[in-house]
Structure formats: structure tokens, C-alpha cells
Design a protein around this ligand. Structure first.
Ligand SMILES: [Fe+2]
Length: 261
């Protein structure tokens, strides 16, 4: 299993605090069946700035430590890039990391709203050959009310990642219900842990995949797992199995009504 979103690097954001935490998370990842994990520390949100160079150095050191401790996990570099006005300029300057050196890039919106620049940023990134992935849209207040805004970003070429904990009710009933509806409507391409710390937000990936099999069927769960593998090999993700689970939409009003249940 591959996890494309985690905060496993030590001491640089609100994830692992030190090397002991990082190794603890790594062991837990292996116990869940995870073989590859992408380290995606927060970048350019209000609190944290984690430049590419620093992230790459920590990933190298973590992989060295994992080798020495014989923990069979490969860590890849990435960032969870907060949406900000200078994002495209930073991309031009080469300051942003994609996921595992592929053309996929993980973007984070503020939880309270969808910034007006989102469509513009997604459009420009796609033009530049970057495949933007929206991290945990199910936790965004505007997506909860207006899921069609996420659909608009997907139509422009973005992808979306739901968090294992959201699917399992870890962020409350509304987010849980929205997570499954977004999946059912083909608006989710990846399931990832967004693991921060074992004691308060670990992986729960195996559980989330088991529940996905139960709710959406084995082929859809397998398609999500396969998409993470395709990403790691920098290949286009497949949506066929995911779209098979999609309900037929009769228009945005009926789509939105599903979220008001
Ligand atoms: Fe995150």
C-alpha cells in the first residue's frame, strides 16, 4: 500500500516532533502494510515554511535511519503546499516539490473557504504540466456547502484526496457523509492518511480501505489503491472503476440536495 500524504518528517510542522516520533510512525505504517510513503510537510501556510532543500535532506536522513533500523519503508519527498498568491511564482523559481518527483503536486486550501484564485491556480498548473491534487476537500467548509465547486476544479484537471480518518468518522458525521458522497460522485481519486502523530492522528489506512470495499465495492477500493501506485510511477491515474460507482447525476440541484440530507 502507498500513502501519498503524511507528516512523518521530524520537527518541521505539526506532525512528528522528533526522530523517535518519525520512526514510530514508520513502524506503524509498515504494520498497516504501507511500503511507500510520501512525506508532505506543510509549506507556506501561516505557521510553516519548508523549502524543497530542507525537505529533501530530511527525507534522505530518514531513509538512512530506516535502513539502519531495518524498517522496510521507502520515504519519498513532497510538500503540502498551502494556496497563496505567490504559488505560481514560487513554482517558476523552482521552490516547490511535487510528490515523489512526479508531475503530481499536493495543494491545501484553507479549511474555512475556497480561495478565489483556486481555478486560476489549477488552470495554470495544468498548463505547466503539473497535476494538482486537492488535499482533503471534504474538510473544506465551502466544499461541504457547494460540492460543485470541487467538481469545477476536477473538470479543470485537478485531482482530489480524501483522508482515511474522514471516511471513518474521525472528523464528525457531516465530513464522513460528505466524504462518501464525493467518492460516489467520482470526485475523489486517492485515499491517504494525512498521518501526523500516532497518539492523535495515525494512519487507519487498512480500516479505510476495508470500509471502502464494504461501501463502494472491491473494484473501487482497488482502483484507489492502484491510483496511488500509478502516481508513484508518474502515470495517469485510472478512473474507470471509480466512475462505475458514480451515481447518475440529474443536475447540480439534485447533486447538492444529496449533501443536505
Ligand atoms: Fe496534511
Amino acid at each position: 500500500m502507498i500513502d501519498i500524504h503524511s507528516h512523518i518528517l521530524p520537527g518541521i510542522d505539526d506532525g512528528a516532533a522528533d526522530w523517535a516520533d518519525s520512526l514510530m510512525l514508520a513502524r506503524a505504517a509498515v504494520a498497516e502494510g504501507i511500503t511507500d510513503i510520501i512525506a508532505t510537510p506543510h509549506h507556506y501556510d501561516r505557521k510553516y515554511k519548508n523549502d524543497a532543500e530542507q525537505v529533501l535532506a530530511l527525507v534522505t536522513e530518514l531513509n538512512d535511519r530506516l535502513n539502519k533500523q531495518e524498517i522496510p519503508l521507502m520515504v519519498h519527498a513532497g510538500q503540502e503546499i498551502h494556496i497563496h498568491e505567490e504559488l505560481l511564482a514560487h513554482l517558476d523559481e523552482g521552490n516547490l516539490l511535487s510528490l515523489a518527483n512526479t508531475s503530481y503536486m499536493l495543494l491545501e486550501m484553507p479549511h474555512s473557504r475556497m480561495p478565489n484564485v483556486m481555478e486560476h491556480i489549477v488552470y495554470e498548473l495544468c498548463l505547466a504540466g503539473i497535476k494538482p491534487i486537492i488535499a482533503h476537500p471534504e474538510r473544506n467548509a465551502e466544499v461541504l456547502k457547494h460540492p460543485e465547486r470541487l467538481a469545477g476544479l476536477i473538470e479543470l484537471g485537478a485531482y482530489a484526496q480524501v483522508t482515511s480518518h474522514s471516511l471513518l468518522g474521525g472528523f464528525g458525521r457531516e465530513i464522513e457523509r460528505t466524504s462518501w458522497e464525493l467518492c460516489r460522485h467520482g470526485l475523489i481519486h486517492f485515499i491517504a492518511s494525512d498521518a501526523h502523530h500516532l497518539s492523535w492522528r495515525g494512519f487507519r489506512m487498512r480500516e479505510a480501505f476495508e470500509k471502502t470495499e464494504e461501501v463502494l465495492g472491491a473494484s473501487t477500493a482497488a482502483a484507489y489503491a492502484r491510483n496511488a501506485e500509478l502516481l508513484l510511477h508518474n502515470k495517469e491515474v485510472g478512473m474507470t472503476a471509480i466512475r462505475q460507482s458514480e451515481r447518475r447525476l440529474k443536475g447540480w440541484s439534485s447533486f447538492r440536495a444529496l449533501f443536505r440530507k
